[in-house]
Design a protein around this ligand. Structure first.
Ligand code: HEC
Length: 214
């Protein structure tokens, strides 16, 4: 074999092994994953998102939440001594680590690489819808010293009609932020409602997967 063909064979093997390692083997390992069905209730795990939560995923994507938040609870690579808990679980970010099956059907997925803010894999288990709206409107007022930017353009001001809108922001719970003038209220737009529906649906610790038992 002359030197040129050795070079080409080398390049070919390099590309084929990368393709095998990055595409074929992961596909064989994960391509056939399906939601797990609860034998008693028939519920799917992970559960499908509601229509509003699915639209909320797009709002999450459009606003770059993934640049500061991950959605993956890590386990531990090493065997931990008796009684020691992996750091992500010790921080209260979830009761178990997350598995590939937790992300079925998510396109794109929001695993994330940055943790400027806390992990959100289970944030739906931690807060109510009203809290989420107040926090999106004024993060620093709700969480002192927060560097999260406010998302006020997801809210709108309108004249109060009758008893008012049930999910209008309660400014007595948002310290230091100017409420709208008398007769007006701040309400979430459809986008904010969808985003919060999505955040409330992030509860990966609330269902069990067989692989979590291992
Ligand atoms: C520039 C970085 C940044 C961006 C972008 C960002 N956040 Fe945050 N977020 C933070 C930080 C820092 C905190 C922690 C302080 C706090 O609670 O505000 C936080 C906290 C949170 C919390 C509370 C989590 C907890 O467990 O206490 C939620 C929920 C949240 N962010 C949702 C979002 C959503 C939804 C978006 C997109 C619309 C977003 N964040 C965009 C930085 C960011």
């Amino acid at each position: 074999m002359n030197k040129l063909s050795t070079l080409f064979v080398g390049i070919f093997i390099t590309f084929v092994s990368a393709w095998l390692g990055l595409v074929v083997i992961p596909y064989i390992q994960l391509g056939g994953l399906k939601p797990e069905k609860d034998e008693i209730t028939g519920a799917l795990m992970p559960p499908a998102l509601s229509g509003s939560a699915q639209r909320g995923r797009l709002v999450y994507a459009a606003n770059g939440c993934v640049y500061c938040h991950s959605q993956q609870v890590r386990g531990s690579a090493r065997r931990l001594p008796e009684g020691e808990v992996p750091p992500d679980i010790a921080r209260g970010w979830g009761a178990r680590r997350t598995f590939p099956r937790d992300y079925l059907g998510e396109r794109p997925h929001f695993l994330g690489t940055m943790r400027t803010g806390p992990d959100l894999a289970n944030v739906g288990l931690r807060y109510t819808a009203d809290w989420q709206h107040r926090h999106l409107y004024a993060p620093a007022a709700i969480s002192r010293g927060s560097t999260m930017p406010p998302f006020r353009y997801l809210y709108k001001k309108q004249r109060i009609v009758g008893a008012g809108t049930p999910d209008a922001l309660d400014f007595s719970l948002i310290p230091g932020v100017e409420p709208p003038e008398e007769g007006y209220e701040i309400v979430p737009t459809e986008q904010a409602r969808d985003l919060v529906a999505y955040l409330l649906a992030l509860r990966r610790s609330s269902y069990d997967l067989p692989e979590a038992a291992e």
